[in-house]
Design a protein around this ligand. Sequence first.
Ligand code: C2E
Ligand code: MG
Ligand code: MG
Ligand code: MG
Length: 285
Amino acid sequence: RAKKDGPGNSRFFERELDERVRARHKLEQDMRVGLRESQFELYYQPQLNLADNEIAGFEALLRWNHPERGVISPVEFVGLAEDTGFIVQLGEWALREACQEAASWPKNVRVAVNLSVAQFRSGHVRQSVIQALGASSLSPSRLELEITESVLMQEGTEVADALGRLQDLGIGISLDDFGTGFSSLGYLTRIRFDKIKIDKHFISELRDEPNSALAVLRSVVALSKSLGITTVAEGIETKEQLERVRAEGCDEAQGFYVGRPVTAREVATLLSRQRPRRQRQSRAS
Ligand code: C2E
Ligand code: MG
Ligand code: MG
Ligand code: MG
C-alpha cells in the first residue's frame, strides 16, 4: 500500500521526528562552536535587600548571542545542554565568568550562579568552584550557588554531601524555584540551605486574603526564619508585590520591578549609584 506524505501518515511523523533530531543536533553543535567563539554572555539580575533597600547581590543568567538567530534564552538551550552533558563545560564557563565579574564589584555585593544536576554528576563541581574562586580571587562568602529541587530528587545523599563540602568552603547554597517541584520538607533537614527562593508562581498569585498563595508564602517565611534561612521572593513585577513580600517578612526580592537582568557593564553603573553609602557600611573583606 502506497504511503502518502501528510499529517496522519507515519512517514510524515518520521520526517518530523527526523527534522527535530537534526535541529537538536545542529543546536548542540552550534553551542560548542558558540562557547569557543564567545557567543555566550552572562546577564545579571539584582537582588534587593528589603531591610536597607540596597542591592545585596546579582543572579548570573545565561544568554546566547547566536550569529543567525539573535539572543537565545536559556529556556531554549539549557535543557538540551543538560541532556548532552555540554552543560558541564558551559556551567564551568559561567562560574568562572561570574566570579571574575563579581570580583570587580563592591565587597559586600554577592553573585549567584545556577548549577545543573549534570554538573554534580560530572564529579568535579567542587574543583570547578575552587578554580573559579582562585582565578578571580573572589571571596567564597560572595558566591552563592542556586540549585533546584530536581537536583535533589534525581540524586541521593551524594548531592547533599557535595553541597555540605561546598558550604564548608564558605559558599552559600540557595534552593531555587521553591514550591514548583515535588517540594519535600525532607530536603530542608538533609541540607542546611542558606537561602530559599520562593518561586514567582506564588508571587503572581498573591492577592488579598483569603488566598492560598499568601498562606504558602507565610508558612515558608515562618519555616525559613525558624531554620535560620534567608528568603528571597522571585518574580516581583509590581510595587504592590514588593510591599507585600516586605510586609510578610521576606529578606530579599528579585524581579522585573526591582530590576531586569542587565549586562555586566550596566551592573557597574547600577552599583556606582549606591557605592558611597555601601562603602561606609561595608564589613566584608
Ligand atoms: P531561574 O534560575 O529561576 O532564574 C530566574 C528566571 O526568571 C530568569 O529567566 C529571569 O529572567 C526570570 N525573571 C526574573 N524576574 C522576573 C519577573 O519579574 N517575572 C518573570 N516572569 N520572570 C522573571 P531566564 O534568564 O530566562 O532563565 C531561565 C532559567 O534558565 C533560570 O531560571 C535557570 O533555571 C536557567 N539558567 C539560566 N542561566 C543558567 C546557568 O548559567 N546555568 C544553568 N544550569 N541554568 C541557567
Ligand atoms: Mg536561579
Ligand atoms: Mg528561580
Ligand atoms: Mg527557573
